[in-house]
Design a protein around this ligand. Structure first.
Ligand code: PAF
Length: 260
């Protein structure tokens, strides 16, 4: 990968993925294509970010289709490593607070795995710009912090969440949803939209109560208000409020958020 990267001249945009590419990834790739001389995509289902009992084995894998898509879009190179780990390695530790609230509370250690693999990938590809979706809001905030704290050379770019026409945020895990489950999942976006449309008129605690009524998910893990740096918020501030939801619909865990 390093050798290949060194053969490219001009700027390089990089989109790390776990494959099963959907329109959300495509929008990251298209932005990179527009902003850089070359675009490189990686496809690697990173085992260290899955906790025991999570969906590592059944995570959707559609490599042929993904490669064809990248080719069609005009991506310069796709990096598909088999394995990026040896035994007994140095491992990145997510920050003790920001890495262990919200997603980190329900998936302890998840962000250690994400940050470790992202650091490996950024060091291999050494891109000018790397693109991530705002849908994984906490991941994006922590990767920006990784780049800052470890003095990485890459500019980390976050791009807005893409949605289906019914509002469901694009995610590789949506393929797990049955028709009925999808209907339940749609209440997540309805809830976020309700909050978004009423922030000026109501307090966050009122909004949280109302939003909880709108949600039709099977288990709500969190509905939280934070600032853009993941510190909990009591009052709304335009341009610095993030509303985050994680919930189970059936056995599928979904996350979504809006940046207000
Ligand atoms: O967002 C993802 O798909 C993954 O967490 C990432 C950034 C590719 C690291 O494995």
């Amino acid at each position: 990968m390093r050798h290949y990267k060194n053969s490219l001249s001009g700027t390089v945009g990089f989109i790390p993925t776990m494959g099963a590419l959907h329109e959300g990834h495509l929008s990251l790739i298209k932005t990179s294509l527009a902003q850089n001389t070359h675009t490189v995509v990686s496809i690697y289902v990173n085992p260290t970010q899955f906790l025991a009992g999570e969906d590592l084995d059944k995570y959707p894998r559609t490599l042929e289709q993904d490669l064809a898509l990248c080719k069609k879009l005009g991506v310069s190179g796709v990096f598909v490593p088999n394995n990026l780990y040896a035994k007994d390695e140095v491992f990145v530790a997510a920050p003790k607070i920001k890495g262990y609230v919200l997603e980190g509370h329900f998936r302890p250690g998840h962000f250690d795995g994400v940050l470790t693999v992202v650091l490996k990938l950024l060091n291999l590809v050494r891109p000018t710009n790397a693109y991530f979706g705002q849908k994984d809001a906490q991941q994006l905030v922590l990767i920006k912090q990784l780049a800052q704290n470890l003095f990485l050379d890459t500019n980390i770019v976050g791009l807005p969440t893409l949605r289906d026409s019914d509002g469901l945020a694009k995610s590789s895990r949506n393929v797990y949803l049955s028709k009925d489950e999808r209907q339940k999942a749609l209440s997540i976006y309805r809830c976020l939209s309700h909050i978004k449309n009423n922030t000026e008129r109501k307090s966050l605690s009122e909004l949280k109560d109302e939003a909880t009524q709108i949600l039709k998910v099977d288990t709500l893990q969190y509905l939280a208000f934070t600032d853009y740096n993941l510190c909990m918020r009591q009052t709304f501030k335009k341009g610095d409020t993030l509303v985050l939801i994680a919930a189970y619909v059936g056995s599928t865990r979904l996350i979504d958020n809006v940046w207000l």
